[in-house]
Design a protein around this ligand. Structure first.
Ligand SMILES: Cc1cc2nc3c(=O)[nH]c(=O)nc-3n(C[C@H](O)[C@H](O)[C@H](O)COP(=O)(O)O)c2cc1C
Length: 507
């Protein structure tokens, strides 16, 4: 029952906090000669290239991100072309940039340090253009490598609480995290990044599924051992973090008798890898057995802090008035802002960002509808018709509650790890969560879910910003200073995530 030993999540969380002192007492220098390879490659397997002649879905990005799942009747089986489109706009290489001594390949979703530690695998029945099997998505070649032939979906159904969405899904995508790929730069904090980066990819994946007309649901409650065994990942290096059930099928999964080890070689990421045991301990402590999965998903009660300040109604654009750039166009042009001009965004733009990014996520840890784990707090530097200051987002009512008025640019820069981006942004959106309540309900697994929810909303904020021709970037932060800044309102909460939005400045 490690999942109920809540000290483990606190030990990991507290042990990976950033502070002014920790950064100075424990500096980290990047070993460029040992930088990991950013792709997982199975050298002995043939790669089947995916088609790249994508169609525009015609669905506006700002609409695609609000859906909690396309409604379909009867079979809804993704075709190979749709799977290719889904993979490209979730985790494909969308841009590259040359620099002296190399080239960086940027992907569809923002990922910390452009290190792309999230790998994608498909588990499917026979689909139009793709035989039943277990596949690894090779982002480098934009192709699939078949790890197992045959329908293995039942192994995943057995690993979960038999969620209807998963039981009836023709396609299940498994997202893993590769420790070293990200820990090369971020050391033990990488386990948080698993949730963040898997989350931004899921934001895209959910939006593209919706745009293509497939229902999709995020699954975080699964027994870890059988899922990792199906993929045959070396769990000292890589672990399953979440799943996405896509589509609807009348073809029942077949019984799976065994998932034998595959023993497939993988091209090494670096000449040497450094092990950070804190992450493997957090992974073990938040792992579930099949027995534990059954009672896993429950509702987290919410503590609503008493009203302390003036309330301001948000005024988002209506469905008719939103910019109509499609989800594909917006994902293709997204790229984290590297500089912000100290210029305002409009109140309607801010309102639209917050409204569209928070309309719900189809996920097994967010039931019933309207449940949530993270709360959002803002530092407004420069938004038209809104006084600069600190605010709390009342999500149910789409209102901002003024916590304190003032010019907090300097503090925002400091809280965002002394970077210029949060100081120059028009608004900084912080995510804080009441981990005590969450862990009490979900055990340590709630820690994964909290990071993942933040990453998904963060990914939607990115899309909502770029759809409105604004810029955005995820940021890291000084944990306790963030909580103190928003206290007493945020007392008892923990800092989870940060996104800055504003007017991008071309360098
Ligand atoms: C959760 C998260 C945190 C990030 N933190 C920082 C940060 O602290 N500073 C920074 O300059 N960029 C940060 N980034 C931006 C990444 O470096 C960027 O996403 C990555 O280089 C990939 O580039 P792209 O987003 O332009 O595709 C963050 C991104 C995410 C998703």
């Amino acid at each position: 029952m490690l999942n109920r030993d809540l000290d483990a999540a606190w030990k990991y969380h507290n042990g990976t906090k950033h502070s002014y002192l920790s950064l100075r007492a424990n500096p980290h220098f990047l070993d460029w000669d040992n930088k990991p390879l950013l792709f997982k490659i199975y050298p002995t397997l043939e790669v089947t290239r995916l088609p790249k002649d994508f169609q525009q879905s015609g669905i506006a990005a700002l609409s695609a991100i609000t859906s909690v799942g396309a409604k379909v009747k009867g079979d809804s089986l993704p075709t190979l072309e749709d799977i290719a489109q889904f993979l490209f706009f979730s985790a494909g290489v969308t841009r590259s940039r040359k620099f002296p001594g190399g080239e960086t390949f940027f992907r569809a979703a923002a990922c910390t340090g452009a290190l792309y530690e999230t790998e994608l695998y498909l588990v499917c029945q026979d689909l139009p253009g793709l035989g039943a099997g277990v596949y690894h998505f090779g982002a480098a070649e934009f192709g699939l490598r078949q790890l197992r032939a045959g329908d293995y979906r039942q192994a995943l159904v057995d690993a979960t609480a038999k969620q209807a969405a998963l039981r009836k899904a023709p396609l299940i995508v498994i997202f893993t995290g590769v420790y070293w790929r990200n820990a090369w730069k971020y050391r033990s904090r990488t386990y948080r990044h698993f949730g963040w980066d898997n989350g931004t990819i899921l934001a895209n994946a959910l939006a593209v599924s919706t745009a293509l007309g497939y229902p999709a649901k995020v699954i975080e409650g699964f027994a870890d051992e059988p899922v990792n065994a199906l993929l045959d990942v070396d769990i000292k290096k890589e672990v399953a973090f979440s799943m996405l059930a896509v589509g609807l099928s009348k073809t029942a999964p077949k019984k799976v008798t065994e998932t034998a080890s595959l023993g497939l070689p993988v091209v090494p990421y670096s000449s040497q890898e450094v092990d950070y045991p804190a992450m493997r301990q957090m992974q073990a402590a938040s792992s579930l057995t099949k027995e534990e999965v059954k009672g896993w998903s429950k509702k987290v009660s919410r503590h609503s802090p008493a009203l302390s300040g003036k309330l301001i109604d948000l005024k988002p654009l209506s469905e008719e008035a939103i910019p109509k750039d499609t989800i594909e166009q917006v994902i293709q042009r997204r790229g984290s802002a590297r500089h912000f001009a100290q210029e305002p965004i409009s109140f309607a733009e801010l309102s639209t960002l917050l409204d569209r990014a928070t309309r719900g996520i189809p996920a097994d840890f967010l039931e019933p509808a309207g449940s949530r784990l993270n709360e959002m707090y803002l530092i407004v530097n420069n938004v038209e018709s809104l006084a600069p200051g600190a605010y709390y987002l009342r999500r149910d009512k789409l209102q901002l509650e003024l916590l304190k008025e003032g010019d907090f640019r300097k503090q925002a820069g400091y809280l965002g790890l002394e970077q210029q981006l949060p100081a120059d942004a028009s608004v900084n959106i912080f995510f804080l969560a009441d981990l005590n309540r969450i862990l009490d309900v979900f055990g340590n697994r709630g820690y994964r879910a909290t990071q993942l929810e933040a990453g998904i909303i963060g990914g939607k904020l990115y899309i909502a910003a770029y759809a409105q021709r604004l810029g955005a970037t995820g940021l890291t932060f000084y944990d306790d200073d963030v909580v103190n800044f928003f206290s007493p309102h945020a007392k008892q909460k923990s800092a989870i995530f940060l996104v800055a939005c504003g007017q991008p400045l071309k360098a």
